[in-house]
Design a protein around this ligand. Structure first.
Ligand SMILES: Cc1ncc(COP(=O)(O)O)c(C=O)c1O
Length: 381
C-alpha cells in the first residue's frame, strides 16, 4: 500500500519535471543583494523604519504570537484597531482581519454562495477564490478575462432563475497586472442586483488617491459588496482582511469560516506592522503619481527593447514567453545577472502563457531599469 503511494508521488513529480513545471523552493540568504523584482513589497514598507519599530513594540507588548484563535483569546485591541483603520480607509463599515489572503478568499467564497446559487467569475481569478467557490457547492461559470460584455450576457441568462448571483473579480490581476472597468461593474451591479466580491490584493497601497485601491482610483469607492485585501503585499506585513457593508457577513465568517474559527489568529507584530504601514502609505501618497510613471516607463522601455508587454500603471508587468521551460531559463538568466524575478508557469497561468513576472517597487531607479532591460536583451531571446 505504502509502495503504491510512494510510486504515485514519484510519477506525478517526474511528469511535472518533464513538462518544466516542477516547483522548487530556494532559501534566500539575508545577504542576497540582487534587485528583488519578484516580491510584492511594492511600497518598500517591509523594511521601513516606522514599520519595524511598530512591529518590535508590539512584540514586546503582546508577544510573538496571538497564541490562540480569535474566538478564544487571539483577538486583541490591536486587531480591533487595525479593523477600524482598514474600514475607515476603504469606506466600509465592517472589517475582519484574517491570517492570509488565501484564507480570506476561501472563507468568503466558501461561506457566502450556497448550492443553488451561481458564481460568475473572471477566468483569471486567484486560485484561493476558485477553491472557495468549489467548496461552496454553488455553480461556477467563468467569463473571458476582463470581458464585461461576456459577463453581461451571462447576467441576462441567469436573470429570473432561483438562487443568488455572485460576481467575482480582482481589481489588479496578480499575474497580468491589468484591471477590469470597475465603474462598469458598479453599473452592472446596480442593474442586475448581484453580489460583487472584489479582491484588491495587488491594488491596495499602489492605487487610489489615499492608496486604498482601484475602487478609489476609478471613482467607485466601496462599490463592491465585499472586498478582500492583503497585508502581505504593498503593506509589507502579513495577513489579510475582509471588508463588507452588511454586518451579517462579518458575523457569518466569525461563526462559520473554518479558516477563521480554527486557526491561531494573526500575530500581533504583523498587525502592528500593518497599522504603521497604512500610516506610511498616507504619508507617501503625494509621491504616488511618480510610481505610476515609473510603471509606464518600465513598460515603454521593455516595448522599445522589443518585448511585448501590456500598457498600464500597475506594479505588475508580465513578459509572456509562452513555453514554461523558456520562462524558467529567462528567469534563471536574469537571476544570474542580479535580478530576482519569478517564472510563472501553468497551472498558475493558462497553458502556453508561461511568463516572467516583474513586480515593481517605488524606489527602483532608472539605472535599475536600464540594467534590467540590458540583461534581458543580453539573453538573446
Ligand atoms: C489576487 C490574490 N489574492 C489573494 C492572494 C493570497 O494572499 P496571501 O498571500 O495573503 O495568502 C494572492 C497571493 O498571491 C493574490 O495574488
Amino acid at each position: 500500500m505504502k509502495d503504491r503511494v510512494d510510486q504515485r508521488l514519484r510519477e506525478a513529480l517526474a511528469a511535472r519535471e518533464d513538462a518544466g513545471l516542477l516547483r522548487k523552493i530556494t532559501a534566500r540568504p539575508s545577504t542576497d543583494s540582487r534587485t528583488n523584482l519578484a516580491g510584492n513589497d511594492y511600497l518598500d514598507l517591509a523594511h521601513d523604519p516606522a514599520v519595524l519599530i511598530a512591529a518590535a513594540e508590539a512584540l514586546h507588548t503582546w508577544g510573538a504570537s496571538a497564541s490562540a484563535s480569535a474566538l478564544v483569546t487571539g483577538y486583541t485591541e490591536l486587531h480591533a484597531k487595525l479593523e477600524e483603520t482598514l474600514a475607515a480607509w476603504h469606506g466600509y463599515p465592517h472589517a475582519l482581519v484574517m491570517n492570509s489572503g488565501y484564507a480570506a478568499n476561501g472563507a468568503v467564497l466558501g461561506q457566502l454562495p450556497k448550492p443553488g446559487d451561481v458564481v460568475l467569475a473572471d477566468r483569471l481569478i486567484h486560485a484561493s477564490m476558485v477553491n472557495g467557490i468549489l467548496s461552496s457547492g454553488a455553480r461556477l461559470r467563468r467569463f473571458a478575462h476582463n470581458d464585461l460584455d461576456a459577463l453581461e450576457l451571462m447576467l441576462v441568462e441567469e436573470s429570473g432563475r432561483d438562487g443568488a448571483v455572485f460576481v467575482v473579480t480582482e481589481s489588479i490581476y496578480s499575474m497580468d497586472g491589468d484591471a477590469p472597468d470597475l465603474s462598469r461593474l458598479t453599473a452592472l451591479r446596480a442593474r442586475h442586483g448581484f453580489v460583487w466580491i472584489l479582491d484588491e490584493a495587488h491594488a491596495t497601497g499602489w492605487h487610489g488617491l489615499s492608496g486604498s485601491g482601484l475602487q478609489e482610483e476609478q471613482g467607485c469607492r466601496a462599490a463592491a459588496d465585499v472586498v478582500v485585501g492583503t497585508l502581505g503585499k504593498a503593506l509589507g506585513s502579513q495577513g489579510a482582511y475582509v471588508l463588507c457593508h452588511n454586518p451579517d457577513i462579518r458575523e457569518t465568517l466569525v461563526n462559520l469560516a473554518g479558516e477563521f474559527v480554527y486557526s491561531t489568529h494573526l500575530a500581533p507584530p504583523a498587525v502592528a506592522a500593518a497599522l504603521a504601514a497604512i500610516s506610511r502609505t498616507h504619508d507617501l501618497s503625494v509621491d504616488r503619481p511618480r510610481w505610476h510613471n515609473l510603471s509606464r516607463e518600465w513598460r515603454e522601455g521593455l516595448s522599445e527593447a522589443g518585448f511585448s508587454v501590456p500598457s498600464g500603471h500597475s506594479p505588475i508587468i508580465p513578459i509572456v514567453m509562452g513555453d514554461a521551460v523558456r520562462a524558467l531559463k529567462v528567469a534563471e538568466g536574469l537571476r544570474a545577472s542580479g535580478f530576482l524575478v519569478a517564472a510563472i508557469r501553468p497551472p498558475t497561468v493558462p497553458d502556453g502563457t508561461a511568463r516572467v513576472r516583474i513586480s515593481l517597487h517605488r524606489n527602483l531607479t532608472e539605472n535599475t531599469r536600464a540594467g534590467f532591460i540590458a540583461a534581458l536583451k543580453g539573453l538573446n531571446l
